[in-house]
Ligand binder design. Structure first.
Ligand SMILES: O=C(O)CCC(=O)C(=O)O
Ligand SMILES: [Fe+2]
Length: 271
């Protein structure tokens, strides 16, 4: 019996039990994937990147919009930064870590790669609950539906998250519906109103993580990020995601067109 609360440590390889856990529940949680020192360097490098983008007034990277907002002191920040790996050197450096290659074991039937130059690259999400925040939560969605919206053939996809802050009910936290990868395409697309529905689900679980953890989930599972009950610094939540993808390579270019699903952004429940 696999305990759903089990967290693993990633050693020299992905163990069979990790794969069994992933196949059963649709996610896996590794603790202490990066050190506190690394986190500090990454945050510093991201903060410098945010300042540069803000001073340049850049609105997108490779055609993917940058979402701006304000922190608890009123300082301008970036709430959602696509292609963080092109903006912050320390982020780029992190994703050269050989351990990411081990994750290919979760997609045994295909050759997989990190989407560092595809889709939205490494996305850094920065949630904060303040009066003028534009990003306090994220409604229910399945990540792979974005591929459906751009008319792509569906290949397995895993979203790999690395936490820069602790994440739990204090600052919102990631809620997932375990085992929801085993659902029909119709349910995956239309089981809930994507990004608009923010309601608690009786089947959801909280994925509580510590800064430095890595948690990955199947692109088909339903998940959302809750709104923190606190205002200000206590509600801060920063996490980086990169997809592990398969199929034809489709690198985005600096003059790339904005995909249709980003134009739906205004409907999303993010505030
Ligand atoms: O912030 C999170 O933990 C989840 C973000 C997410 O689901 C997404 O960007 O697709
Ligand atoms: Fe997601």
């Amino acid at each position: 019996m696999l305990d759903i609360n089990k967290k693993y440590k990633l050693g020299a390889k992905v163990e069979d039990e990790h794969v069994d856990f992933y196949n059963k529940y649709g996610f896996v949680h590794y603790t202490n994937f990066i050190t506190q020192d690394q986190i500090q360097r990454i945050i510093q490098s991201l903060n410098e990147g945010y300042e540069k983008l803000i001073s340049e007034g850049k609105d997108s990277i490779n055609g993917i919009p940058i979402n701006y907002g304000f922190d608890e002191t009123g300082k301008a920040i970036v709430h959602r930064l696509p292609y963080s790996n092109l903006v912050a050197d320390e982020v780029a450096k992190l994703y050269t870590d050989e351990r990411f290659k081990l994750l290919a074991k979760f997609i045994p039937d295909y050759e997989s790669r990190l989407g560092l130059k595809e889709k939205d690259g490494v996305v850094t999400n920065y949630y904060i609950n303040t009066e003028n925040s534009n990003f306090r939560q994220m409604g229910w969605h399945t990540d792979i539906s974005r591929d459906v919206m751009v008319g792509k053939k569906l290949y397995p996809m895993i979203n790999v998250g690395i936490y820069l802050d602790d994440s739990n009910e204090t600052n919102g936290g990631l809620r997932i519906i375990p085992c929801s990868q085993d659902q029909s395409i119709m349910k995956m697309l239309f089981g809930k109103v994507q990004f608009v529905n923010t309601k608690k689900d009786p089947k959801e679980i909280m994925l509580s993580a510590k800064a430095g953890d890595l948690a990955l989930h199947d692109g088909r599972i339903w998940h959302r990020v809750g709104k923190s009950p606190h205002i200000g610094a206590k509600s801060r939540r920063r996490v980086m995601y990169v997809p592990l993808i398969c199929g034809p390579v489709n690198e985005r270019q600096p003059d790339g067109r904005t995909p249709f699903y980003h134009k739906l952004g205004k409907l999303a429940k993010l505030k």
